[in-house]
Write a protein that binds this ligand. Structure first.
Ligand code: SF4
Length: 468
């Protein structure tokens, strides 16, 4: 169901005192329940059966995970394999073929792939021939849209350091029309400290060629909280970013957890900005981006008002999935490749995380699934509440009550009670049955969502990142 608002509350008003008080660790809600609830005792057979018996004609979303990277970025917390051995991607493609062929036998080719995303790792670790081969394989097994169909959203994550400019037109020919480019920071000292040297000119060249070849919505990824960043230096990066006019921007918080993510041990803690400086960097960034016309969509994401994400938010059609915000709803998501996550109806499934295990399962003609989760009725209700808040900053509680045949205030009595202090602090407000996040509460949106998360008390908060 869609719990659509009448208008989004998109402006952010900075309130240092509130942020200091409310800034805790919490899930990012790319799913509800979060992946920490997934279990290896999940009924894989029933899940697989669901693909066979699923909606045979509904749209399909594909995610393809390419785990390889040629170089290690020290801040990285992704599931990746660092290698210079280019033969490894050749082998990997053979296994992707095995996996997609297993699913294609169940799903058939009736379902149109309206959305596709290649993520990593580094999808552009693949050379031109391999990218063409992978698209060809996908076309053999699934119903991809032709490049003449502008309704498709086919996105690829780009590392400009591992992509020849001549390959960009090929990406367009292969059907991609959206790209997300990793930048993080243009400052040379920051780049050296995180082992990711990538010039402004290189990023600009990729964007120019991409635009000339029809890429309509380009996202740049930035990170705040990296070593040697200061307010002034990050503003210099932002000025360069703004000059490139990306339609979308992601501004992620760097969480320094060297005991969890080994690569981060190469970052000297004394080079990191203090918590106060980090907040000042974020504050400055939000003010600057809003001043030049970027809208805060929510949860680290910004978009120009003319971009489809902002328009979808205006129209109450925004959705959230494992890749962040999306304009498309109602798609089952099939994740292919090591560690990839799928979402079929109300079930989630994640593939094996280690490459050798993923290969071994497919060699034995097994489904390479590690763990998963099947939602119950309460999960579905809470998922709609949380996603409504995250996507639109508003929740029509009467509409929720009607859709789920519940008395909202009775069902969520403890949650509504817990909203009291947030209302007093100005994070939220009530207009009749409509709960809205205020501009002061926008950055603390996750705090409001956590109140409706039944599983949060069961999981140590340290397993999640800081909200800001
Ligand atoms: S940040 Fe991206 S490119 Fe860098 S090592 Fe991690 S996955 Fe690879």
């Amino acid at each position: 169901m869609t719990l659509a608002p009448t208008a989004p509350a998109s402006t952010v008003q900075w309130d240092s005192e509130l942020i200091r008080r409310y800034n805790q660790n919490g899930p990012r809600y790319t799913s509800y329940p979060s992946a920490l609830q997934f279990s290896d005792e999940f009924d894989k057979a029933a899940y697989i059966q669901g693909w066979r018996g699923g909606d045979a004609h509904g749209p399909l979303s594909l995610y393809v995970h390419i785990p390889f990277c040629a170089r290690l970025c020290y801040y990285c917390a992704c599931n990746k394999v660092i290698t210079k051995d280019r033969r490894r991607s050749h082998t990997y493609l053979q296994y992707l073929r095995k996996e997609m062929s297993k699913y294609a036998k169940l799903i058939g080719k009736q379902r149109t792939v309206t959305q596709m995303h290649w993520g990593g790792g580094t999808p552009t670790f693949l050379n031109d021939a391999e990218m063409s081969q992978l698209v060809q394989m996908l076309r053999e097994h699934f119903q991809l849209l032709p490049t003449s169909d502008d309704s498709r959203e086919y996105a690829i994550e780009i590392d400009p350091r591992s992509l020849e400019l001549d390959s960009v037109p090929l990406l367009a020919e292969l059907g991609f029309n959206r790209m997300s480019i990793g930048v993080q920071d243009f400052d040379p000292q920051v780049q050296r400290a995180v082992n990711r040297i990538q010039s402004f000119e290189l990023t600009m060249s990729v964007m120019e060629v991409a635009r000339a070849h029809g890429f309509g919505s380009i996202n740049l990824d930035l990170i705040y909280g990296l070593p040697h960043q200061t307010v002034t230096r990050f503003q210099e990066t932002l000025a360069k970013v703004i000059s490139l006019k990306p339609e979308r921007l992601s501004l992620f918080n760097y969480a320094h957890l060297p005991h969890v993510f080994k690569p981060q041990r190469s970052i000297a803690p004394e080079t990191l900005p203090t918590p106060e400086e980090k907040l000042a960097i974020l504050h400055g960034a939000i003010d600057t981006l809003q001043a030049v016309g970027y809208r805060y969509i929510g949860m680290d994401h910004f978009a120009l008002g003319t971009d489809s994400l902002a328009i979808a938010q205006d129209e109450g059609k925004l959705h959230r999935n494992f890749q962040g915000y999306s304009t498309q709803s109602g798609c089952d998501l099939l994740g292919l490749g090591v560690s990839a996550i799928s979402n079929l109806g109300t079930s989630y499934a994640q593939n094996l995380k280690e490459l050798d295990d993923y290969y071994a399962a497919l060699d034995q003609d097994q489904w390479p699934i590690w763990r998963g989760y099947r939602s119950n009725a309460d999960d579905n209700l809470r998922r709609d509440v949380i996603m409504g808040l995250i996507c639109h900053g508003r929740l029509d509680c009467a509409a929720v009550a009607k859709a789920y045949s519940i008395d909202f205030y009775d069902y969520f009595a403890p949650e509504v009670h817990a909203l009291g202090p947030m209302q007093k602090d100005g994070l939220i407000e009530w207009q009749g049955d409509v709960l809205s996040i205020t501009p002061r509460g926008r950055l603390l949106l996750r705090n409001v969502c956590t109140l409706f998360d039944r599983y949060l008390p069961l999981i140590p908060r340290e397993r999640y990142s800081k909200m800001i």
